[in-house]
Write a protein that binds this ligand. Structure first.
Ligand code: SAJ
Length: 425
């Protein structure tokens, strides 16, 4: 039985470790978080993911998965640690450096080393390989090194790990072959072999494609506002063309991928990436755009009921969420802000969360920032009776309102907002 050492037991490392254990490997998961290690050794998990709890419990009970705070000798090493951004938007590769340094004492000839963390282009060649070479190994001959980016969606990780097409980028051909062999143990999707740098860049371009397209939709929303056009209708009509797929405008772009990955490209080729760079600027400008429009309909000191704090619908993740910036801006402008989010977890956010009833009590506007299912149909009677001014500004074009006496704005009719139509009683 082959042995795999997975370094980093987060949203990607833990499910990956469990899948390899399920497919017959002996797996040791490594993390600096002692609580995560302790829990895992008891067959429990420290993160939320559909089906993961049961899978981990089974493979730990069967003795195929265990955890430790330090690596061990193995046939395959998988590095799945975070690569956040520094404040200047350059990639922080310290976790990758530490993980690579930490496995050095345990490497043996013919070991396969795979980095799954999202990394800037050329990181395998210029950053990871030199660390291993520095310990005396010949890369691609004695140690096989690859980058195999993860591409899974939270909530569907266990399915997508198996079914998605997997890109395997080797530092040379034999490294790619060796890594592909490892994944073929459970991946039913296609496994495509390429170079490390191509794999790095293709992962980044997937999320950059989306970010740039969302920026285009957001720019359309701004243009339409200034020219008196229904942006949402324009998108609908343009998308009837067989080769056009305009994305949806919103309050900005959040999450740990789209709002982060494009900077990895900008950092490495700043002069050649003005489009990517401007897309980031446009998406980052959306919270301010939203607040400027709130100012048109709600007087200073009025109450804004923010609906949705997470970066997208039906998840509990608030990382990089534009809603956090919007709440801060509203508070700076001296609005009273209440927040209703049935998915956000109070321990993860510094702003107090309210119930629907408390949030809308005496409010002058409901500001919808996330497309949670719970927001699709709102209690219109309560909106009438409890709000001071029954107005909804829906940045996600998500809420369905029937009553004509509730004023409803989205990016289709922003230009109809009239300055300060609200009166505070
Ligand atoms: N958004 C819009 N308009 C749209 C689509 C999305 O404003 O038309 C916003 C969302 O509200 C959200 C942000 O974009 O704030 C990101 O949401 P998302 O669903 O596009 O992406 P993530 O970050 O949850 O997941 C992405 C996925 N990548 C792609 O779809 C290309 C996922 O497959 C990756 O695994 C993940 O990034 C990752 O880890 O890289």
């Amino acid at each position: 039985m082959k042995k795999i050492c997975v370094v980093g037991l987060g949203y990607i490392g833990l499910p990956t470790a469990a899948m390899f254990a399920k497919s017959g490997f002996e797996v040791v998961g490594v993390d600096i978080n002692e609580r995560a290690v302790e829990l895992l050794n008891r067959g429990e998990i420290h993160i939320e993911e559909v089906g993961l709890g049961a899978l981990v419990k089974k493979v730990v009970e069967d003795g195929r998965l265990r955890a430790s705070t330090s690596p061990e000798t193995a046939d395959v090493f998988i590095i799945a640690v975070p690569t956040p951004n520094y404040f200047d938007n350059t990639a922080n590769l310290e976790y990758v450096r530490n993980a690579t340094m930490n496995i050095l004492p345990y490497l043996n000839k013919s070991n396969v080393v795979i980095v799954e963390s999202t990394i800037p282009p050329r990181t395998i060649d210029d950053f990871v390989a030199p660390i291993i070479q520095g310990d005396g190994w010949i890369i691609g001959e004695e140690i096989y090194l690859s980058h195999c980016p993860e591409r899974v969606l939270p909530g569907r990780i266990l399915i997508e790990l198996v079914e998605n097409t997997r890109v395997v980028g080797g530092i040379n051909e034999i490294s790619a072959n060796e890594a592909a062999l490892v994944y073929s143990s459970f991946v039913t999707g296609e496994i495509i072999k390429t170079s490390a740098v191509t794999a790095e860049m293709s992962k980044l371009m997937e999320n950059t494609y989306r970010d740039v397209n969302i920026a285009l939709a957001n720019e359309l929303a701004k243009i339409s506002d200034s020219l008196g056009i229904n942006a949402l209708e324009v998108i609908q009509l343009a998308n009837r063309h067989p080769r056009v797929n305009l994305h949806q405008p919103g309050p900005g772009v959040g999450g740990h991928c789209l709002a982060v990955d494009p900077y990895f490209i900008i950092e490495k080729a700043p002069d050649e990436s003005p489009l990517i760079s401007n897309a980031r600027k446009i998406n980052n400008s959306m919270p301010k755009f939203v607040v400027e429009h709130v100012e048109k309909i709600v007087e200073k000191h009025g109450k804004v009921a923010v609906f949705g704090l997470t970066y997208k619908g039906n998840i509990d993740d608030v990382r990089e969420s534009p809603a956090l910036e919007i709440v801060s801006l509203l508070k700076e402008k001296e609005y009273e802000v209440s927040i209703f989010d049935p998915h956000a977890n109070q321990v993860q956010v510094s702003f107090p969360l309210s119930t629907f009833d408390v949030a809308i009590e005496d409010a002058d506007c409901i500001l919808v920032l996330t497309d949670h299912n719970e927001f699709k149909g709102l209690d219109e009677v309560k909106i009438h009776t409890k709000m001071r001014n029954p107005i909804i500004f829906d940045t996600k074009n998500w809420v369905k309102i029937n009553s004509s006496s509730i004023k409803y704005y989205n990016y289709g009719n922003l230009y109809k907002m009239f300055e300060k139509q609200v009166t505070l009683v």
